[in-house]
Design a protein around this ligand. Structure first.
Ligand code: SF4
Length: 109
């Protein structure tokens, strides 16, 4: 059985510099959640990815995601799939030194 990790909401993955990519569907969901026209959301909250193939969320000066406030994601209900998938869907060598996700405990029924 593959090991799965449970997020402990340490928000380390929100603080790393690096693109949080958003799809067209996610842009629409984020704009609606924030009550903004899509064009305004794109202007105010996204920029081109370094490879210029898509859009990413804006970053704070520290490199953290723009939507991180303290330890909270301000767009949690509609956060992008990239955010939802870490660390089980994707990760990188050494990620466990940075992130506090723990091995999910299986409950016997
Ligand atoms: S959208 Fe939310 S979960 Fe994703 S990086 Fe930004 S603050 Fe973190």
């Amino acid at each position: 059985m593959p090991v799965t990790y449970e997020c402990q909401r340490c928000t380390a993955c929100c603080r790393w510099p690096g693109p949080v990519r958003v799809t067209d569907v996610e842009v629409n969901q984020l704009a609606e959640f924030l009550g903004l026209p899509v064009e305004d959301f794109i202007q105010q909250h996204t920029q081109l990815t370094p490879d210029r193939r898509g859009l990413m969320l804006m970053e704070q000066a520290s490199g953290a995601c723009e939507f991180l406030a303290g330890n909270d994601c301000q767009v949690e209900p509609v956060k992008p799939q990239q955010c939802r998938d870490f660390p089980n869907g994707w990760n990188f060598p050494g990620w466990q030194a940075e992130c506090r996700a723990s091995i999910e405990k299986l409950h016997a029924f």
